[in-house]
Design a protein around this ligand. Structure first.
Ligand code: IMP
Ligand code: MG
Length: 198
């Protein structure tokens, strides 16, 4: 469905936002979670995190770029004093298959000594990325580390990682939207869907 709305984006670029999203949505085989469903689930996870960390100061470490949209919506639902840091790693190099090799783009690790760290990532797939990040952060002597992912694929992982907070469990399919990309595209799609094979 094409919706023509007079958003600021439309006024600036002369390009209806509904139409732009519609073109990207046409590349989806099906939609798994619409924006309202995602945000309702974030309310639940944020309530759980807020309760678990009510007496502790939280340090959120967001894994770029995939967790950006998730992080921004989630952290505004957590009414606690918290710090935010970001880590940038690459494991896919633009392909749909993981290589297992995780490259740290930023050499300097955030200062997490004695902090309660919550790692945020978009999706737990093979486990390589989060296992490597967790291992690396543990060397920086935090007081505690937990992991929160928006999506977790139902599959056997190459490296065992337990996520403490999971938005949704999905089948082992390639998904895009709401921060998740295929070759850096589709991150701005407000929903999450399975990308067409072709
Ligand atoms: P892992 O190291 O295999 O667990 O993969 C983690 C990273 O791979 C995620 O942070 C994503 O950036 C990317 N990834 C894994 N599965 C998907 C997917 O279905 N869609 C988009 N990106 C994915
Ligand atoms: Mg990622």
């Amino acid at each position: 469905m094409v919706t023509y709305c007079e958003s600021p984006r439309e006024l600036i670029f002369g390009w209806p936002s509904g139409l732009m999203h519609c073109q990207m949505q046409a590349d989806l085989e099906r939609i798994l979670f619409d924006e309202a469903t995602i945000l309702r689930r974030l309310d639940e996870i944020a309530a759980q995190i807020s309760n678990d960390y009510r007496d502790r100061e939280l340090t959120v470490i967001a894994v770029l770029n995939g967790s950006l949209v998730f992080m921004s919506d989630l952290m505004r639902r957590i009414p606690l004093p918290l710090r935010l840091d970001c880590l940038s790693v690459a494991s896919y190099h633009g392909r749909a298959e993981t290589t297992g090799e995780v490259i740290f783009k930023h050499v300097a690790l955030p200062d997490v000594v004695d902090r309660h760290v919550l790692i945020l990532d978009d999706i737990l797939d093979s486990g390589h990325t989060l296992a490597a990040i967790r291992e690396k952060l543990e060397t920086a002597k935090p007081r505690s580390i937990r992991v929160c992912v928006l999506l977790q694929k139902k599959k056997e992982r190459a490296r065992p990682v337990d996520a403490d907070y999971v938005g949704f469990e999905i089948e082992d399919e390639f998904v895009v939207g709401y921060g998740l990309d295929f070759m850096e595209r589709y991150r701005n799609l407000p929903c999450i869907g399975v990308l067409r094979k072709e």
